[in-house]
Design a protein around this ligand. Structure first.
Ligand SMILES: [Zn+2]
Length: 204
């Protein structure tokens, strides 16, 4: 019992520190104006037909992108991993196996190789495991009925379990293609009271 507690109390600061290095500094992530520098811009993936592509310039950079957003008092990272946008939120027709997905409930961030995924905001792990379609997936509950989901992961942060408290920017796993996925990417969802929200709704 004591060993278990010790492991968590020693391990947690280390993990948060690694997360800060990866995202070029944790300072200021609780402010809407100073997000992690590495994720301050988002582009459409080159050479991939992006469904529901939001407005972008000739270099495929998304216009009016906001790296942080406030939802019901939660400050949420719009991109919990580093990569390009391979699919946006909304209606689309995509054939995966025998199933046609008609509404994409999140955004897809293509990462080519497995990359760290971090918690988008402070919260508590509500689910960590496998679900059909999602593959290896983590659900995090935040305040005031807001939650986030991170799907198709190739690996989980082994120190995490259901019920654990988690801080924004803490590493939770690696991108992958488990479940219904044909390339390594993060499928990221934001929900309020089980209703999906467009993570890029502030872009225009
Ligand atoms: Zn997706």
């Amino acid at each position: 019992m004591h060993d278990h507690i010790k492991k968590i109390s020693l391990g947690t600061p280390l993990i948060i520190l690694v997360g800060c290095i990866m995202l070029a500094g944790c300072a200021g992530t609780n402010s809407l104006n100073r997000g992690p520098a590495a994720n301050s811009a988002l582009s459409l993936c080159q050479g991939i037909k992006v469904s529901n592509a939001p407005p972008h310039d000739q270099n495929k950079k998304i216009k009016n992108f906001h790296p942080l957003q406030s939802i019901r008092s939660n400050i949420i990272l719009t991109l919990p991993t580093q990569g390009c946008l391979s699919s946006a939120y909304g209606p689309r027709n995509q054939q995966t196996g025998n199933k046609t997905i008609r509404f994409h409930k999140g955004i897809d961030i293509f990462t080519k190789t497995p990359r760290p995924v971090v918690a988008a905001s402070d919260g508590r792990i509500a689910f960590i495991g496998r679900k059909s379609g999602y593959g290896k997936v983590i659900y995090i509950n935040h305040s005031n009925g807001v939650s986030t989901r991170y799907a198709h992961l190739s690996a989980f942060n082994k120190t995490l379990k259901k019920g654990d408290k988690i801080k924004q920017n803490a590493p939770i796993g690696l991108t992958g293609k488990t479940g219904n996925a044909s390339a390594i990417h993060l499928h990221f969802e934001i929900l309020h009271k089980d209703q999906h929200i467009n993570p890029l709704r502030f872009t225009s």
